[in-house]
Design a protein around this ligand. Structure first.
Ligand SMILES: Cc1cc2nc3c(=O)[nH]c(=O)nc-3n(C[C@H](O)[C@H](O)[C@H](O)COP(=O)(O)O)c2cc1C
Length: 184
């Protein structure tokens, strides 16, 4: 397959050279990045006045084992930018395959209290995490940098917990799951 072969469903790059497109619309880049499957997580914290705040993310990634660091990014126009900039701790709850509704709920803007009616576990640090998540990381807010249109947030992992279960997967703008791999 040639490197220039395009999926008919993908937006056309503006200019194609021998080796890929050097001019492209944001939409084309976004579609291309969507080809990389990710897990889905909810990042959460509690404000100084005791309000639980959380949102669905797929930008979560591991960064370092020693010291234990992870990262995620928050869009600059988020109404919760200052909350996550100023918090002491946050949790990352990695969602299970049957958490699709939960992922959509925490991705909806302007819901007054996203945590109402949700199974929440409080960590010893006094911040919320999502009940039934297959893995939970409690992170100290280690470092942040404004890069492009996002705030890059780096967390130092302070506490970990996990249960058995398959992850929810995000791919091509849709939720999906993992298939069992059979030995041949
Ligand atoms: C699968 C998925 C992944 C997302 N990943 C991110 C992310 O990494 N960073 C981000 O800022 N928003 C991300 N979003 C969008 C937020 O969840 C969404 O904007 C949400 O409304 C933010 O909540 P807020 O308005 O209460 O801050 C994602 C949404 C979905 C559905």
């Amino acid at each position: 397959m040639s490197i220039n072969t395009l999926d008919i469903n993908d937006p056309m790059p503006l200019f194609e050279s021998e080796w890929g497109a050097t001019e492209f619309e944001t939409r084309a880049l976004r579609t291309l990045l969507g080809k990389y499957p990710t897990g889905v997580a909810i990042v959460a914290t509690r404000t100084a006045d005791g309000r639980n705040v959380g949102l669905t993310i797929n930008s979560f990634a591991s960064l370092s084992l020693e010291p234990p660091l992870v990262l995620w990014s928050l869009v600059n126009h988020s109404p919760n930018l200052s909350v996550f900039r100023d918090c002491e701790y946050f949790t990352i709850s990695i969602l299970a395959h049957d958490h699709q509704e939960l992922a959509l709920h925490f991705a909806s803007a302007r819901v007054e209290n996203k945590f109402r009616g949700i199974a929440v576990q409080e960590t010893p640090e006094g911040i919320p995490s999502i009940g039934g998540a297959i893995a939970t990381l409690v992170c100290a807010n280690h470092q942040q940098t404004h890069l492009g249109d996002h705030l890059l947030v780096i967390g130092q992992v302070k506490r970990i917990a996990s249960i058995e279960g398959k992850p929810l997967v995000f791919h091509g703008g849709m939720f999906t799951g993992l298939h069992d791999v059979h030995e041949i």
